[in-house]
Write a protein that binds this ligand. Sequence first.
Ligand SMILES: Nc1ncnc2c1ncn2[C@@H]1O[C@H](COP(=O)(O)OP(=O)(O)OP(=O)(O)O)[C@@H](O)[C@H]1O
Length: 635
Amino acid sequence: MTTTSDTGRAAPAREADALPELRSVWWEGGMRARAEASIAAVLAELPRLVREAFRVSWRASRARTAVIVGATLGSGTMATFGLLATQQVLVGLFSGGPTPERVRAALPALVALGALTTVRAALGAATGFASNGLTPLVDRSVQRNLYETTTRVRLESFDQDTFSDEMERAWRGCDSTTFLVQAAINLLAGTVSLLAVAAAVVVIHPLLLPALFLATAPGAWAALRAGHLQYQTYLAGTVRRRRLYLLNHLMAVRDPAAELRSYGLRTFLLGQYDRVMTAETAIQLRLARRVTVTTSVGAAIGGVATAAVYVLLGLLLVDDRIPLSAAATGVIAVQAAQRALSTVTYQVDRLYTEGRHFRDYTGFMERADEYLPPPAGALAPDPLATLSLEDVTLTYPDRDAPAVAGVSLRIRAGQMVAFAGENGSGKSTLAAVVAGLRTPDSGVVRWNGVPTTDLDPDLLRARIGVVSQEFHKWPFSAATNIAMGDIDHTPGQPRIEAAATKAVAHDMIVDLPHGYSTMLDRAFAQGQDLSGGQWQRITAARGFLRDTDLLIMDEPSSALDAPAEAALFDAVRARHGVKTTVLITHRLANIRHADVIYVMHEGRLVEQGTHEELIAAGGLYAKWFRLQKLGYSDD
Ligand SMILES: Nc1ncnc2c1ncn2[C@@H]1O[C@H](COP(=O)(O)OP(=O)(O)OP(=O)(O)O)[C@@H](O)[C@H]1O
């Protein structure tokens, strides 16, 4: 730990010897679980995980799963017969008589062994082919299921931390599913190989079975034991890397570079670096020592056990209890079993850690019902005549005060209405309720007198367009970004350009390197990013293209220059009397001509009327309008 003569700088480094705890991250969950689980717990979990892996694999492709299982079992059977054939070859070779005769005697078994090996190789190739093709199918099946759910859940779900967290874990769980399936297949192959060897040695000589067990069990135990420590070491490594990443961002990137220099933070940060690295490196070294000891002890025990088995075979041989061919096959069997076992132990660890993430996925999918919208009505909404809110209240999760409290209002077809109010007064939330994106906790929203809960939500939303304040920058071309306003009807270029013109976006798009085909994301080879105001024009164009009964525009001009803003509001006013528009904006001059202005204050509707009525009433609206007007006057 670094201390400096400058006490002011060194003080924070001495605050505590222990490093501050890092927030746990979801992708470490599987490794952490394996590092903490006992061998018994890991083994107890295996049957269920293997079952689940094969269930997923079966759902993704029955044919491929059947090929994998069939070929793996077939390969195991070939391995058993292969060992038996090996023994027969040895029987022939170790029999009495001249060498050519011994070779001749061994020939049929040798031919059988060759045939078995060939078939086994073919079965291995079939397994490889089927499992390679299975991976994308499994991937697709689980991801599709997840995205089916995440695109259907209620919008409110995203406000809950638990949902976002669970969704992120479930997403990681999708990737784990393919690893889980691969691990289960490999585990099956390893186990079948092991059983195949065991079956063969029992047939050759029953005494070989305990010998086989003795030669393999200690090594397997040591490998599983080392698994704990290896995962702990890995975890310690990631903690170190994460801490380093934080410091790297303080010392080697552009953003903090100026403050680092102007406040003379170099020594302080280097001190932090030394402190972190000294502590974390010590942890890693300690663990590395333990892993080395455990694996060395395991290897030593395994080596001693194997040697003991060879001695045992020698004694049995000397004692004439087993023939030479059986002893020699026993040696081959021990080596084959040790190879199979090292596959098995590795796959056990992998299955367990990936299984943890897979459980996140299945758990999320099981709980997904909680997040789905309640069963909705099936009535098709008629074109809008009136839209009314009756005593509507909505409180966000983890918030005490409602965002919208007891609001009642009525919007008639063809009207242009406006929501005004301070930041956080509930305008956007109210607009989301009107748009059918959020369901109020209490109160009723009626479309032509029919509660919206009785209407088909998709058909209802098809009659509403929303130009959101928090719009998304879709990574598609400019044309597609606009066409997405009515994607089901694949709008043609003339419609797209007409909408862009209304939103003052046409000229700007034409000036892009590839015009309407320009990709609006720099991830693409010739992609472009746009300025905030340019994006806002594209978003407004999307709303105009939708051309629905009701268009809700939430701060559509906050980033627009003055001419663009004026043109946009001309286009909005052109809807007046034809289509219905709800406008939200802080620039009150833009809503002077609205039929009704609803004024929100702390979630409540506190004033309503035309501009003139509200000015005459001398309330909040009149005050804000006066303030804005003052800003433009010369006084
Ligand atoms: N997703 C959310 N989760 C929790 N609270 C929210 C969420 N969205 C908004 N709020 C809170 O609800 C209240 C109303 O927010 P809303 O966005 O409706 O206000 P607004 O009038 O549109 O504000 P602005 O003028 O700043 O856009 C605020 O207190 C806000 O912090």
